[in-house]
Design a protein around this ligand. Sequence first.
Ligand code: CS2
Length: 477
Amino acid sequence: MTRLSLETLAGLPGAVAKPAYDPAKVSTGVVHFGPGAFHRAHQASYFDTVLADDPRWGIAAVSLRSGGTVEALADQDGLYTLAVLDREPSMRVIGAHREWVGPGGGSRVAALLATSEVRIVTSTVTEKGYCLAGDGTLDMNHPDIVADLAGGEPRSFVGWLVQGFAARRAAGAAPFMVLCCDNLSGNGGKLRAATLALAAERDPDLAKWIADTAAFPDTMVDSITPASDDALYAKVAAELGVADRATVQREAFTQWVIGPYNLADGPDLASAGATLTGDVGGYERAKLRILNGLHSSLAYLGLAMGLETVADAMGAAPLAGFAERLALQDIVPVLDPVAGLDHAAYTQAVLTRFRNPAIRHLLSQIAWDGSQKLPYRLLDTAAAAIQAGRPVDRLAVPVAAWMHFIARRAAAGETISDQLAGPLAAAAASPDQLVERLLAFDSVFRPEMAGHAGFRAAVARAAAALAEGRVETLLGR
Ligand code: CS2
Protein backbone atom coordinates (compact mmCIF):
# COMPACT_ATOMS: atom_id res chain seq x y z
CA MET A 1 0.00 0.00 0.00
CA THR A 2 1.26 3.46 -0.83
CA ARG A 3 2.54 5.40 2.17
CA LEU A 4 1.50 8.81 3.36
CA SER A 5 4.01 11.37 1.99
CA LEU A 6 4.27 14.89 0.61
CA GLU A 7 3.50 13.31 -2.77
CA THR A 8 0.29 11.56 -1.68
CA LEU A 9 -0.89 14.38 0.61
CA ALA A 10 -2.88 16.31 -2.00
CA GLY A 11 -4.75 13.15 -3.07
CA LEU A 12 -6.15 12.35 0.37
CA PRO A 13 -9.94 12.44 0.87
CA GLY A 14 -11.44 15.89 1.48
CA ALA A 15 -12.62 14.90 4.96
CA VAL A 16 -9.00 14.56 6.09
CA ALA A 17 -7.60 17.85 7.36
CA LYS A 18 -4.23 18.75 5.84
CA PRO A 19 -1.53 21.16 7.01
CA ALA A 20 -2.66 24.77 6.45
CA TYR A 21 0.85 25.62 5.23
CA ASP A 22 3.49 24.24 2.87
CA PRO A 23 5.67 21.88 4.94
CA ALA A 24 8.56 22.50 2.54
CA LYS A 25 8.61 26.17 3.57
CA VAL A 26 8.86 25.50 7.30
CA SER A 27 12.10 26.05 9.24
CA THR A 28 13.11 24.29 12.47
CA GLY A 29 12.53 26.31 15.61
CA VAL A 30 11.87 23.50 18.09
CA VAL A 31 13.91 20.44 19.04
CA HIS A 32 11.84 17.72 20.73
CA PHE A 33 13.34 14.83 22.69
CA GLY A 34 11.18 11.69 22.83
CA PRO A 35 8.79 11.91 19.85
CA GLY A 36 6.44 9.21 21.17
CA ALA A 37 2.69 9.02 20.62
CA PHE A 38 1.84 11.58 23.30
CA HIS A 39 4.15 14.22 21.82
CA ARG A 40 2.86 13.63 18.29
CA ALA A 41 -0.77 13.82 19.52
CA HIS A 42 -0.30 16.81 21.82
CA GLN A 43 2.50 19.40 21.52
CA ALA A 44 2.98 18.75 17.78
CA SER A 45 -0.71 19.50 17.11
CA TYR A 46 -0.31 22.93 18.77
CA PHE A 47 2.81 23.78 16.76
CA ASP A 48 1.06 22.51 13.62
CA THR A 49 -1.65 25.11 14.24
CA VAL A 50 0.90 27.88 14.87
CA LEU A 51 2.63 27.02 11.56
CA ALA A 52 -0.43 28.17 9.61
CA ASP A 53 0.62 31.75 10.42
CA ASP A 54 4.31 31.43 11.30
CA PRO A 55 6.64 29.01 9.46
CA ARG A 56 9.50 29.31 12.00
CA TRP A 57 8.22 26.61 14.40
CA GLY A 58 8.93 23.35 12.67
CA ILE A 59 10.05 20.52 14.96
CA ALA A 60 13.17 18.36 14.82
CA ALA A 61 12.26 15.02 16.44
CA VAL A 62 15.12 13.43 18.40
CA SER A 63 15.05 9.81 19.48
CA LEU A 64 18.55 8.60 20.34
CA ARG A 65 17.46 5.39 22.08
CA SER A 66 15.07 3.82 19.55
CA GLY A 67 14.76 4.26 15.81
CA GLY A 68 11.19 3.07 15.09
CA THR A 69 9.34 6.38 15.10
CA VAL A 70 12.13 8.27 13.38
CA GLU A 71 12.23 5.67 10.58
CA ALA A 72 8.46 5.88 10.13
CA LEU A 73 8.63 9.69 9.97
CA ALA A 74 11.55 9.54 7.56
CA ASP A 75 9.56 7.25 5.22
CA GLN A 76 6.64 9.69 5.24
CA ASP A 77 8.42 13.07 4.85
CA GLY A 78 7.65 13.68 8.53
CA LEU A 79 3.88 13.45 7.97
CA TYR A 80 1.48 11.42 10.10
CA THR A 81 -2.20 11.31 10.92
CA LEU A 82 -3.68 12.48 14.19
CA ALA A 83 -6.83 10.37 14.61
CA VAL A 84 -9.26 11.94 17.08
CA LEU A 85 -11.48 9.11 18.35
CA ASP A 86 -14.42 10.60 20.19
CA ARG A 87 -18.07 11.63 19.80
CA GLU A 88 -16.98 13.73 16.76
CA PRO A 89 -14.12 11.73 15.21
CA SER A 90 -11.71 13.37 12.80
CA MET A 91 -8.48 12.73 10.90
CA ARG A 92 -5.81 15.41 10.52
CA VAL A 93 -2.40 15.17 8.86
CA ILE A 94 0.31 16.85 10.97
CA GLY A 95 3.25 18.30 9.04
CA ALA A 96 5.15 20.04 11.86
CA HIS A 97 8.08 17.60 12.00
CA ARG A 98 10.65 18.85 9.51
CA GLU A 99 13.60 16.83 10.72
CA TRP A 100 14.07 13.53 12.56
CA VAL A 101 17.21 12.27 14.24
CA GLY A 102 17.61 8.68 15.38
CA PRO A 103 20.19 6.61 17.24
CA GLY A 104 23.75 7.62 16.24
CA GLY A 105 22.65 11.14 15.32
CA GLY A 106 24.40 12.84 18.22
CA SER A 107 26.43 15.24 16.10
CA ARG A 108 23.27 16.46 14.36
CA VAL A 109 21.61 17.02 17.75
CA ALA A 110 24.60 19.02 18.92
CA ALA A 111 24.40 21.15 15.78
CA LEU A 112 20.66 21.73 16.20
CA LEU A 113 20.99 22.80 19.84
CA ALA A 114 23.74 25.25 18.87
CA THR A 115 21.65 26.82 16.08
CA SER A 116 20.12 30.16 17.11
CA GLU A 117 16.99 29.51 14.99
CA VAL A 118 16.17 26.75 17.47
CA ARG A 119 14.47 28.73 20.23
CA ILE A 120 12.68 25.99 22.15
CA VAL A 121 13.56 22.51 23.40
CA THR A 122 10.60 20.34 24.42
CA SER A 123 10.65 16.90 25.96
CA THR A 124 8.51 13.85 26.65
CA VAL A 125 11.05 11.32 27.86
CA THR A 126 8.75 9.86 30.59
CA GLU A 127 9.17 10.44 34.31
CA LYS A 128 12.27 8.22 34.47
CA GLY A 129 13.97 10.03 31.55
CA TYR A 130 15.09 12.94 33.78
CA CYS A 131 17.36 10.80 36.03
CA LEU A 132 15.83 12.24 39.18
CA ALA A 133 16.13 10.73 42.64
CA GLY A 134 13.08 10.10 44.86
CA ASP A 135 13.31 13.65 46.28
CA GLY A 136 13.14 15.15 42.77
CA THR A 137 16.77 16.26 42.56
CA LEU A 138 19.24 15.02 39.94
CA ASP A 139 20.50 11.53 40.81
CA MET A 140 24.26 11.94 40.49
CA ASN A 141 24.64 8.17 40.75
CA HIS A 142 22.36 7.45 37.82
CA PRO A 143 24.44 5.55 35.21
CA ASP A 144 23.63 8.09 32.49
CA ILE A 145 24.67 11.00 34.69
CA VAL A 146 27.85 9.22 35.74
CA ALA A 147 28.61 8.73 32.03
CA ASP A 148 27.85 12.39 31.27
CA LEU A 149 30.18 13.51 34.06
CA ALA A 150 32.92 11.36 32.55
CA GLY A 151 32.66 13.47 29.36
CA GLY A 152 31.99 12.62 25.70
CA GLU A 153 28.62 12.64 23.94
CA PRO A 154 25.78 13.06 26.50
CA ARG A 155 23.74 10.00 27.42
CA SER A 156 21.03 11.79 29.37
CA PHE A 157 18.52 14.39 28.20
CA VAL A 158 19.77 16.72 30.94
CA GLY A 159 23.26 16.15 29.58
CA TRP A 160 22.13 17.31 26.14
CA LEU A 161 20.61 20.45 27.63
CA VAL A 162 23.89 21.29 29.36
CA GLN A 163 25.83 20.64 26.16
CA GLY A 164 23.43 22.81 24.15
CA PHE A 165 23.62 25.68 26.62
CA ALA A 166 27.42 25.47 26.69
CA ALA A 167 27.54 25.75 22.90
CA ARG A 168 25.17 28.73 22.94
CA ARG A 169 27.16 30.50 25.61
CA ALA A 170 30.44 29.85 23.81
CA ALA A 171 28.97 31.29 20.61
CA GLY A 172 27.55 34.33 22.41
CA ALA A 173 24.05 33.24 21.37
CA ALA A 174 20.84 33.46 23.43
CA PRO A 175 19.72 30.34 25.32
CA PHE A 176 16.79 28.22 24.15
CA MET A 177 13.71 27.91 26.33
CA VAL A 178 12.97 24.45 27.78
CA LEU A 179 9.44 23.07 27.98
CA CYS A 180 9.20 19.82 29.92
CA CYS A 181 6.00 18.08 28.79
CA ASP A 182 5.96 15.09 31.11
CA ASN A 183 3.70 14.36 34.09
CA LEU A 184 5.94 15.53 36.91
CA SER A 185 4.89 17.88 39.66
CA GLY A 186 6.70 21.19 39.17
CA ASN A 187 8.23 19.75 36.00
CA GLY A 188 9.95 22.92 34.71
CA GLY A 189 11.42 23.78 38.10
CA LYS A 190 12.73 20.23 38.62
CA LEU A 191 14.30 20.12 35.18
CA ARG A 192 15.89 23.53 35.71
CA ALA A 193 17.40 22.44 39.03
CA ALA A 194 18.69 19.19 37.48
CA THR A 195 20.26 21.08 34.59
CA LEU A 196 21.94 23.58 36.93
CA ALA A 197 23.22 20.75 39.12
CA LEU A 198 24.85 18.97 36.19
CA ALA A 199 26.16 22.20 34.66
CA ALA A 200 27.72 23.22 37.98
CA GLU A 201 29.70 19.97 38.01
CA ARG A 202 31.08 20.89 34.62
CA ASP A 203 31.49 24.70 34.95
CA PRO A 204 29.95 26.83 37.73
CA ASP A 205 29.97 29.88 35.43
CA LEU A 206 27.94 27.98 32.86
CA ALA A 207 25.45 27.05 35.57
CA LYS A 208 25.18 30.70 36.57
CA TRP A 209 24.64 31.73 32.94
CA ILE A 210 21.84 29.19 32.52
CA ALA A 211 20.28 30.27 35.83
CA ASP A 212 20.37 33.93 34.81
CA THR A 213 19.24 33.63 31.21
CA ALA A 214 17.27 30.43 30.42
CA ALA A 215 13.54 29.84 30.98
CA PHE A 216 12.07 26.51 32.17
CA PRO A 217 8.39 27.26 32.71
CA ASP A 218 6.24 24.64 34.42
CA THR A 219 3.65 23.03 32.18
CA MET A 220 0.63 20.82 32.54
CA VAL A 221 -0.12 18.56 29.59
CA ASP A 222 -3.29 16.56 29.11
CA SER A 223 -4.83 14.43 26.40
CA ILE A 224 -5.61 10.73 26.69
CA THR A 225 -3.42 9.07 24.07
CA PRO A 226 -3.36 5.27 23.97
CA ALA A 227 -0.47 3.58 22.21
CA SER A 228 -0.94 3.17 18.45
CA ASP A 229 -2.07 -0.34 17.54
CA ASP A 230 -2.98 -2.47 14.52
CA ALA A 231 -6.63 -1.43 14.75
CA LEU A 232 -5.56 2.18 14.36
CA TYR A 233 -3.22 1.49 11.44
CA ALA A 234 -6.05 -0.36 9.67
CA LYS A 235 -8.60 2.38 10.41
CA VAL A 236 -6.33 5.15 9.13
CA ALA A 237 -5.39 3.18 6.01
CA ALA A 238 -9.06 2.61 5.27
CA GLU A 239 -9.97 6.28 5.70
CA LEU A 240 -6.94 7.82 4.00
CA GLY A 241 -6.33 5.20 1.29
CA VAL A 242 -2.63 5.20 2.14
CA ALA A 243 -0.60 3.51 4.89
CA ASP A 244 0.61 5.53 7.86
CA ARG A 245 3.07 3.88 10.26
CA ALA A 246 3.45 6.97 12.46
CA THR A 247 -0.23 7.66 13.11
CA VAL A 248 -1.44 8.41 16.63
CA GLN A 249 -4.84 8.35 18.34
CA ARG A 250 -6.29 10.47 21.09
CA GLU A 251 -9.51 11.78 22.53
CA ALA A 252 -10.87 15.18 21.41
CA PHE A 253 -9.95 16.83 24.71
CA THR A 254 -6.52 18.41 24.85
CA GLN A 255 -5.02 20.92 27.28
CA TRP A 256 -1.62 22.57 27.54
CA VAL A 257 -1.08 24.93 30.45
CA ILE A 258 2.19 26.82 30.42
CA GLY A 259 3.71 29.02 33.10
CA PRO A 260 5.10 32.50 32.56
CA TYR A 261 8.02 32.87 30.19
CA ASN A 262 9.71 35.62 28.28
CA LEU A 263 10.59 34.50 24.75
CA ALA A 264 10.66 37.55 22.51
CA ASP A 265 8.90 36.96 19.22
CA GLY A 266 8.07 33.37 20.21
CA PRO A 267 5.31 31.11 18.87
CA ASP A 268 1.75 32.23 19.62
CA LEU A 269 0.80 29.05 21.47
CA ALA A 270 -2.17 30.77 23.10
CA SER A 271 -3.73 31.27 19.66
CA ALA A 272 -3.35 27.52 19.18
CA GLY A 273 -5.31 26.85 22.37
CA ALA A 274 -2.64 26.72 25.06
CA THR A 275 -3.38 28.38 28.42
CA LEU A 276 -0.70 30.74 29.69
CA THR A 277 -1.07 31.29 33.42
CA GLY A 278 0.80 32.19 36.57
CA ASP A 279 -0.84 29.30 38.45
CA VAL A 280 0.29 26.18 36.60
CA GLY A 281 0.61 24.46 39.98
CA GLY A 282 -3.13 24.52 40.64
CA TYR A 283 -3.97 23.03 37.25
CA GLU A 284 -1.15 20.53 37.51
CA ARG A 285 -2.13 19.24 40.95
CA ALA A 286 -5.75 18.85 39.86
CA LYS A 287 -4.73 16.92 36.77
CA LEU A 288 -2.00 14.77 38.32
CA ARG A 289 -4.01 13.89 41.43
CA ILE A 290 -7.50 13.57 39.96
CA LEU A 291 -7.04 12.33 36.38
CA ASN A 292 -3.73 10.49 36.75
CA GLY A 293 -4.52 9.38 40.32
CA LEU A 294 -7.78 7.80 39.12
CA HIS A 295 -6.06 6.33 36.05
CA SER A 296 -3.54 4.47 38.20
CA SER A 297 -6.28 3.38 40.62
CA LEU A 298 -8.44 2.02 37.79
CA ALA A 299 -5.37 0.34 36.26
CA TYR A 300 -4.29 -1.69 39.30
CA LEU A 301 -7.81 -2.46 40.58
CA GLY A 302 -9.16 -3.14 37.08
CA LEU A 303 -6.31 -5.53 36.29
CA ALA A 304 -6.95 -7.31 39.59
CA MET A 305 -10.54 -7.78 38.36
CA GLY A 306 -9.40 -9.12 34.99
CA LEU A 307 -10.47 -6.02 33.07
CA GLU A 308 -8.53 -4.68 30.08
CA THR A 309 -9.32 -1.03 29.27
CA VAL A 310 -10.27 2.17 31.06
CA ALA A 311 -13.70 2.07 29.44
CA ASP A 312 -14.13 -1.51 30.76
CA ALA A 313 -13.19 -0.32 34.24
CA MET A 314 -15.72 2.51 34.00
CA GLY A 315 -18.28 -0.05 32.85
CA ALA A 316 -17.82 -1.95 36.13
CA ALA A 317 -20.18 0.04 38.39
CA PRO A 318 -18.52 -0.85 41.74
CA LEU A 319 -15.12 0.25 40.40
CA ALA A 320 -16.48 3.42 38.73
CA GLY A 321 -18.31 4.29 41.95
CA PHE A 322 -15.15 3.72 43.98
CA ALA A 323 -13.17 6.00 41.65
CA GLU A 324 -15.76 8.77 41.96
CA ARG A 325 -15.78 8.57 45.77
CA LEU A 326 -11.98 8.46 45.88
CA ALA A 327 -11.88 11.70 43.89
CA LEU A 328 -14.71 13.61 45.57
CA GLN A 329 -14.19 12.43 49.17
CA ASP A 330 -10.41 11.97 49.40
CA ILE A 331 -8.54 13.81 46.61
CA VAL A 332 -10.57 17.00 46.11
CA PRO A 333 -10.94 17.90 49.82
CA VAL A 334 -7.14 18.25 50.19
CA LEU A 335 -6.60 20.23 46.99
CA ASP A 336 -6.17 23.99 47.32
CA PRO A 337 -8.81 25.98 45.43
CA VAL A 338 -7.81 27.22 41.95
CA ALA A 339 -9.41 30.34 40.48
CA GLY A 340 -11.70 29.32 37.62
CA LEU A 341 -11.40 25.57 38.25
CA ASP A 342 -14.25 23.68 39.95
CA HIS A 343 -12.65 20.44 41.15
CA ALA A 344 -15.96 18.55 41.42
CA ALA A 345 -16.98 19.52 37.88
CA TYR A 346 -13.45 18.72 36.70
CA THR A 347 -13.79 15.27 38.27
CA GLN A 348 -17.07 14.58 36.46
CA ALA A 349 -15.54 15.73 33.16
CA VAL A 350 -12.59 13.36 33.71
CA LEU A 351 -14.93 10.43 34.45
CA THR A 352 -16.86 11.22 31.26
CA ARG A 353 -13.60 11.23 29.28
CA PHE A 354 -12.73 7.83 30.79
CA ARG A 355 -16.05 6.45 29.51
CA ASN A 356 -15.21 7.37 25.88
CA PRO A 357 -16.14 4.12 24.03
CA ALA A 358 -14.06 5.05 20.97
CA ILE A 359 -10.78 4.87 22.89
CA ARG A 360 -9.19 1.52 23.80
CA HIS A 361 -6.83 2.65 26.55
CA LEU A 362 -5.14 -0.39 28.04
CA LEU A 363 -4.92 -0.56 31.83
CA SER A 364 -1.65 -2.45 31.37
CA GLN A 365 -0.14 0.62 29.64
CA ILE A 366 -1.13 2.89 32.51
CA ALA A 367 0.26 0.33 34.99
CA TRP A 368 3.85 0.92 33.77
CA ASP A 369 6.36 2.81 35.92
CA GLY A 370 4.29 2.66 39.11
CA SER A 371 7.30 3.46 41.29
CA GLN A 372 7.67 6.75 39.39
CA LYS A 373 3.97 7.56 39.12
CA LEU A 374 2.52 6.71 42.55
CA PRO A 375 4.30 9.49 44.49
CA TYR A 376 2.69 12.43 42.66
CA ARG A 377 -0.52 10.59 41.65
CA LEU A 378 -1.63 9.10 44.99
CA LEU A 379 0.95 9.49 47.76
CA ASP A 380 0.99 13.31 47.72
CA THR A 381 -2.77 13.16 48.35
CA ALA A 382 -2.29 10.57 51.11
CA ALA A 383 0.36 12.77 52.73
CA ALA A 384 -2.00 15.77 52.61
CA ALA A 385 -4.81 13.66 54.08
CA ILE A 386 -2.56 12.49 56.93
CA GLN A 387 -1.50 16.06 57.60
CA ALA A 388 -5.15 17.17 57.66
CA GLY A 389 -6.07 14.33 60.01
CA ARG A 390 -8.32 12.79 57.36
CA PRO A 391 -8.90 9.04 56.88
CA VAL A 392 -6.67 7.20 54.40
CA ASP A 393 -8.56 3.89 54.11
CA ARG A 394 -9.80 4.49 50.57
CA LEU A 395 -6.49 6.01 49.39
CA ALA A 396 -4.69 2.94 50.68
CA VAL A 397 -6.67 0.66 48.35
CA PRO A 398 -5.01 1.61 45.02
CA VAL A 399 -1.62 1.68 46.74
CA ALA A 400 -2.20 -1.91 47.90
CA ALA A 401 -3.47 -2.77 44.42
CA TRP A 402 -0.15 -1.59 42.96
CA MET A 403 1.68 -3.86 45.41
CA HIS A 404 -0.64 -6.73 44.48
CA PHE A 405 0.04 -6.04 40.80
CA ILE A 406 3.81 -6.25 41.38
CA ALA A 407 3.46 -9.45 43.42
CA ARG A 408 1.30 -11.14 40.78
CA ARG A 409 3.61 -10.24 37.91
CA ALA A 410 6.68 -11.30 39.87
CA ALA A 411 5.08 -14.61 40.85
CA ALA A 412 4.12 -15.28 37.21
CA GLY A 413 7.57 -14.30 35.98
CA GLU A 414 6.01 -11.60 33.81
CA THR A 415 7.76 -8.37 32.83
CA ILE A 416 7.35 -5.41 35.19
CA SER A 417 7.78 -2.20 33.15
CA ASP A 418 9.45 -0.07 35.79
CA GLN A 419 13.01 1.21 36.27
CA LEU A 420 12.95 -0.52 39.67
CA ALA A 421 11.64 -3.78 38.19
CA GLY A 422 14.46 -5.92 39.62
CA PRO A 423 14.33 -4.71 43.24
CA LEU A 424 10.49 -4.67 43.16
CA ALA A 425 10.30 -8.27 41.96
CA ALA A 426 12.82 -9.33 44.60
CA ALA A 427 10.88 -7.54 47.33
CA ALA A 428 7.65 -9.15 46.17
CA ALA A 429 9.16 -12.65 46.27
CA SER A 430 7.90 -13.22 49.83
CA PRO A 431 4.13 -12.53 49.79
CA ASP A 432 3.84 -12.49 53.60
CA GLN A 433 6.16 -9.45 53.80
CA LEU A 434 4.99 -7.73 50.62
CA VAL A 435 3.67 -4.52 52.23
CA GLU A 436 6.58 -4.29 54.67
CA ARG A 437 9.12 -4.64 51.92
CA LEU A 438 7.52 -2.32 49.39
CA LEU A 439 6.89 0.40 51.95
CA ALA A 440 10.65 0.33 52.53
CA PHE A 441 11.28 1.75 49.02
CA ASP A 442 12.16 5.29 50.11
CA SER A 443 12.26 6.54 46.50
CA VAL A 444 8.52 5.77 46.43
CA PHE A 445 7.32 6.18 50.02
CA ARG A 446 8.64 9.13 52.01
CA PRO A 447 9.75 7.99 55.52
CA GLU A 448 6.96 9.89 57.31
CA MET A 449 4.40 8.08 55.16
CA ALA A 450 6.01 4.64 55.39
CA GLY A 451 6.25 5.19 59.14
CA HIS A 452 2.66 6.30 59.62
CA ALA A 453 0.92 3.51 61.56
CA GLY A 454 -2.57 4.30 60.24
CA PHE A 455 -1.42 4.31 56.63
CA ARG A 456 0.60 1.13 57.04
CA ALA A 457 -2.34 -0.68 58.63
CA ALA A 458 -4.77 0.50 55.95
CA VAL A 459 -2.46 -0.67 53.15
CA ALA A 460 -1.90 -4.01 54.90
CA ARG A 461 -5.65 -4.58 55.32
CA ALA A 462 -6.33 -3.81 51.66
CA ALA A 463 -3.40 -5.96 50.50
CA ALA A 464 -4.71 -8.89 52.55
CA ALA A 465 -8.16 -8.58 50.94
CA LEU A 466 -6.59 -8.43 47.47
CA ALA A 467 -4.41 -11.47 48.17
CA GLU A 468 -7.57 -13.36 49.14
CA GLY A 469 -9.27 -12.26 45.92
CA ARG A 470 -11.76 -10.02 47.72
CA VAL A 471 -11.26 -6.91 45.59
CA GLU A 472 -15.01 -6.24 45.45
CA THR A 473 -15.19 -5.88 49.23
CA LEU A 474 -12.73 -3.00 48.96
CA LEU A 475 -14.71 -1.13 46.33
CA GLY A 476 -17.69 -0.55 48.58
CA ARG A 477 -15.72 1.99 50.60
C1 CS2 B 1 -1.81 7.77 31.84
C2 CS2 B 1 -1.40 9.08 31.19
O1 CS2 B 1 -0.31 6.11 31.01
C3 CS2 B 1 -0.63 6.82 31.98
O2 CS2 B 1 -0.01 6.78 33.02
O3 CS2 B 1 -2.37 8.04 33.10
O4 CS2 B 1 -0.65 8.86 30.05
C4 CS2 B 1 -2.63 9.91 30.85
O5 CS2 B 1 -3.40 9.26 29.86
C5 CS2 B 1 -2.26 11.30 30.40
O6 CS2 B 1 -1.51 11.92 31.40
C6 CS2 B 1 -3.51 12.11 30.07
O7 CS2 B 1 -3.16 13.39 29.78
